[in-house]
Design a protein around this ligand. Sequence first.
Ligand code: SAH
Length: 352
Amino acid sequence: MTPLADLLAARIAASGPITLADYMADCLLHPQHGYYATRDPFGAAGDFTTAPEISQIFGELLGLSLAQAWLDQGAPAFTLAELGPGRGTLIADVLRATRGIPGFHAAARVHLVEASATLRAVQRRTLGDHAVTWADSVQDLPDHTPLFLLANEFFDALPIRQFTRVGQGWAETVVGLRDGRLRLGRSAPATLATLAHRLADTRDGDVVETCPAAAAIIAAIGTRIAQNGGAAIIVDYGDWQSLGDTFQALQDHRFADPLAAPGEADLTAHVDFAALAAAAAPARVSRMMTQGALLDRLGINARSARLAQSLTGARLAAHQQATRRLTDPAEMGSLFKALALYCDIPPAGFDP
Ligand code: SAH
């Protein structure tokens, strides 16, 4: 048992089973024992790898798409924000790729929303002496300037609730105890107003997931963009509507039992992009597209060929493999989706 498993077991013994959302929140962000609070989990030596860690092109292209939107809106003074920046690689690539755009850096104030003190320190090192302000939540971002925002693999880390349909009601997945060990169970079915719209497209036994925190975060971003201008690009794995059990643990690049080692495995769930889109008003929302299609439209092949010119041998092969990994439908190309929030015209690469 991990120290966090002991704490959770004591809490459940005292006051009963907890929701998956409560379990995920503690596993990921408990101040002493949380997964993100205690480590840098990325890369070959860690538990998983993300698009910006695979290739610099990912951040370059997303950054240039946002920069084009900034130019289209008259190049105002603005907040450049990222949610859950991990090692800070994506924002560093964005800043490097936009250096040549006149006025962009002078107009930008960089804000990073990051809950983990450990990862804030890594981001500080990655960004060198670039001026940065950290925020605990999206609500703390400035609310009087245009907001240009990126979030990659942020929403999949937010706590979800999971429900199984039983007749016209829903039984919630909970974490309880059996023989002193953490066990998944289900609450008694209840009717739920928040899931009324899912009665039309589900059947008995179907599983759906909700992410209350995601809706609140999107609403805060949407309000800022509609009021002050800006745009947001969100990339994550998931699909248009949540269906099925997608709650999963990754440890050492392999799937693991999500209850086996609380605090020591990454816990995620697929992102429901329809729920994000529904929460974005009064901002406008693009069509959802695959990561592969977005990067293709933003010119990944031309950029990749340009970088390949200075490479040979194993480095060239690794570079070509990284490009393929981001776009190939059998790799990240179609599991990962992208969505943009905007006020007038969508950022480059996206359709209204
Ligand atoms: N975007 C990065 C890292 C993704 S991992 C990349 O693509 O490599 C998720 C990131 O979100 C981590 O930095 C984690 O510490 C942060 N995070 C998770 N939940 C958070 C929350 N509720 N508030 C702020 N940051 C959070």
